[in-house]
Design a protein around this ligand. Sequence first.
Ligand SMILES: Cc1cc2nc3c(=O)[nH]c(=O)nc-3n(C[C@H](O)[C@H](O)[C@H](O)COP(=O)(O)O)c2cc1C
Length: 366
Amino acid sequence: MVKSLLDGADLKLGLFSANCSSGLAVTKIEDRWQATWDDNLRLGKLADEVGLDFILPIARWIGYGGDTNFHEGVLDPVALAAGLLAETERIFVFATIHTAFNHPLVAAKAMATVDQIGKGRAGLNIVAGWNKPEYDAMGIDLPLDHNDRYAYAQEWWEIVERLWTEPGRYDIDGRFWQLKGVESAPKPSDGPLPILNAGSSPQGRDFAARNSNVVFTAVAGPEDGAVVVETVKANARDTYGREVGVFTPSYCVCRETRAEAEEFHRWYAEENADWDAVDNLMRLQGLYAMSFTEEMLSLFRGRFAGGHGTCPLIGSPDDVAAEITRFRDAGFGGMSLSFVDYTGELEYFAQEVLPRLEKLGVRLPR
Ligand SMILES: Cc1cc2nc3c(=O)[nH]c(=O)nc-3n(C[C@H](O)[C@H](O)[C@H](O)COP(=O)(O)O)c2cc1C
């Protein structure tokens, strides 16, 4: 199945963060996204029907404060993936799992179960950790040194991979885990599940190059994105002899005219932005993660309100299709989309933008 996500035949499109209240829009508008299961089920079925390729949820336990406590309500990604996979036919669903909060023996079995439900359409997004308030809430120390964070993640992943592939009962004697007499069944039906990782620090990019099939990375735009794609792919190839796909997240406001799209963006992401939450989010990102470069953090406060610092796709259907094409031309194999109203806006996107992308040769008809 990972083959179809990484076949290079065309640009893959998916949804990001629809399991979180407000999605990626740090806004106070009244009808912001609620992220209930009913919302997500309707959205998942629609995404499946219109031919989107994947759904990527966020794992989050503590909101970012502000008036809305941005990301206060978040559906658990593993349970969500199980539910969505049971109710869809073609779309790929990743579950997001933090290495520090999930014992590898528990995670291996949970995801092997999800794999059976999805009949080969499940994937795993590994998070090595960054968000200190969540570590505090869990009563666990966030390793402040990135080398330790990723050494822990590496050992976690090697245990999960072994449990997914090696039969029998055995001991595991590592630096972080000493496990006696472990065994794990069922195993995923077709070997290890596709792995996505969004590490951005040098250690994070190295982890992704070594272990993942899809490297998800936030960029400032297609121009710097082209350099990132080249570097990530070359690192994976040269250091580990592996081929990886590089995807990037975006947020989309598409309306009949560019003026209408810009007006809606101004309304929800400027006039009604939850600026306290934006500033908390940016402060935590700046302190503990390297997802966004210092330059991006200093330039893009507005983008954090609009879509959590991801790249904006704002305009008419022609504008949005043209911008997506620029990301394809930069070498990205896929993009995630988020919307203020995921279901209503995906319907319009599918009606207006997907056919344009097909005409441009960026997407093949599904
Ligand atoms: C597309 C994408 C998805 C991510 N998903 C999550 C998530 O669900 N939960 C989370 O805590 N962090 C998430 N992150 C953060 C990354 O996993 C990673 O921890 C962060 O980029 C910091 O990496 P670094 O420590 O290598 O700088 C995501 C980042 C991106 C770009």
